[in-house]
Design a protein around this ligand. Structure first.
Ligand SMILES: [Mn+2]
Length: 461
């Protein structure tokens, strides 16, 4: 949990960078989202811009800013009926301490806006404030003779995204706690997975261990893919049983105080890697280690990605899967047949955190670059994931156009024999520092020998 002074410092830094001399800014936390056809709601996630600037995560709340009066926090208080079903609502003293602002009831937001009638208005955070002002106890904005200036809103939102890139010490504390909870869950999976267990059982054990070790919730839907399912990048665990000879890919992370961790390990369902599994695993491991070592201030993340692509291409040439010169193969996106996603992304209040591309840069159309979610020079304080992978993805490899376009550089017989291989990904969370990168997830083994030692121990019991 942040100290209030840290939250105040964030707001001051952002307000300075906004450099506005009139008008109003509203940062909305978001309204609870109903589950259609029921009287229930989806689990609430405060918008990261609100969470970052307010230091709290209350639903239906607004952090308002005005360049002369500064910041005001409006929170929705429970009605007498709400108190019967959901209790007394937030502890206002606790909110005040965390936000370093005395919360005012949401009902007062309308009069706050009334006194700024006709001034430029920017809305950040959840856009539902613009779409459903009534949810925030507001009349339509036209009533204030104010229209939401979307261009101004986008500019101010960019400033917040840029401020969020470098994490402050309190954010890093939350991220280290999230990483520790994730590590406990992954370690349990590595130590206990056995053929005959289902992906779903593994997910249950892993997530329970996150929560036992301080996780508030999962940062994203846990991915547990065994055998061929490991090739589906965002796979949802099923009742499929792990079989001897499978690889198991687990991409799952705990969230603490709103901050995500994002961790992937791939291991054999049996006690050891078999055949080409070991070669491909070692290749991904070496690519990842080199990329982590290169994650230094000033380094362009895109260059780290392209170097990883080239190293993957070279490794696949050595294994007889690709043919040709590695840099030519990368130029033609041939590596992307097996490594279609980016090397990683920024991490923080969102799993794919804001500000991943430098202002003015946009994702490439190229098959080998279009899923690169980070394109900026690294700076101390940034937390990025480094997550190379190699997969045999039927949705890519069965495409007749691609088979034809790459017929000269791919040994398709070899590839077809590996159709059920699945995939390998190794992902760690890396804090950029002035010196060597600080791997927040370093205590979770990933070296091939260390993984096999843990797996062998699972079978020794
Ligand atoms: Mn990731």
């Amino acid at each position: 949990m942040e100290s209030a002074s840290r939250v105040v410092a964030r707001r001051e830094r952002v307000a300075r960078a906004w450099a506005i001399d009139r008008g109003a800014v509203l940062v909305a936390s978001g309204l609870p989202v109903p589950i259609a056809g029921t009287d229930q709601f989806h689990e609430f996630h405060a918008h990261p811009e609100f969470r970052y600037l307010a230091g709290v995560a209350e639903p239906a709340s607004v952090l308002a800013f005005d360049p002369t009066e500064g910041w005001t926090l409006f929170v929705r208080l429970p009605s007498p009926d709400d108190r019967i079903w959901t209790g007394d609502g937030p502890d206002l003293d606790r909110l005040a301490a965390r936000a370093a602002l005395s919360p005012r009831p949401l009902e007062q937001l309308a009069s706050w806006l009334e006194t700024r009638r006709g001034e430029p208005l920017a809305v950040l955070g959840n856009h539902d404030l613009v779409d459903s002002p009534a949810g925030y106890l507001l009349p339509p904005f036209a009533r204030f003779e104010s229209a939401v200036d979307e261009e101004l809103s986008a500019r101010l939102s960019w400033v917040v995204a840029e401020a969020r890139r470098a994490k402050d010490p309190d954010e890093l504390t939350a991220m280290r706690r999230a990483a520790a909870a994730s590590l406990a869950g992954h370690l349990l999976a590595l130590r206990t997975a056995r053929p005959g267990m289902t992906e779903r059982q593994l997910q249950i054990e892993l997530e329970a261990e996150f929560f036992r070790n301080g996780g508030d919730r999962t940062a994203y839907g846990s991915i547990v893919g065994s055998g061929p399912n490991g090739a589906i990048l965002h796979f949802t665990p099923t009742r499929r049983e792990l079989a001897p000879g499978d690889l198991v890919l687990i991409d799952a992370g705990a969230e603490v105080d709103g901050y995500a961790s994002d961790v992937t390990r791939t291991f054999p369902a049996g006690p050891a890697f078999e055949g080409i599994q070991r070669d491909l695993y070692r290749l991904v491991y070496e690519v990842q280690q080199r990329a982590i070592a290169g994650a230094r201030p000033g380094v362009e993340y895109r260059d780290l990605h392209l170097r990883a692509c080239e190293q993957i291409a070279a490794g696949l040439v050595d294994l007889g899967i690709l043919r040709g010169n590695p840099s030519d193969l990368v130029e033609r996106d041939a590596h992307a047949l097996f490594f279609p996603h980016g090397l990683g992304h920024l991490l923080g209040l969102a799993t794919h955190d804001a500000g991943g591309c430098l202002r003015g840069r946009s994702p490439s159309d190229r098959f080998g670059l279009k899923w690169l979610r980070a394109d900026l020079p690294l700076q101390p304080g940034y937390v990025v994931t480094i997550e190379p992978g190699i997969y045999f993805i039927p949705a890519i490899l069965d495409d007749p156009g691609r088979r034809d376009a790459y017929r000269d550089v791919v040994d398709w017989d070899r590839v077809d024999a590996l159709r059920d291989f699945g995939g390998i990904r190794i992902e760690d969370d890396v804090l950029i520092t002035d010196g060597a990168p600080d791997v927040l997830t370093r205590d979770l083994p990933s070296a091939p020998e260390a993984v096999e030692t843990l797996r062998a121990a699972a079978f020794a019991k």
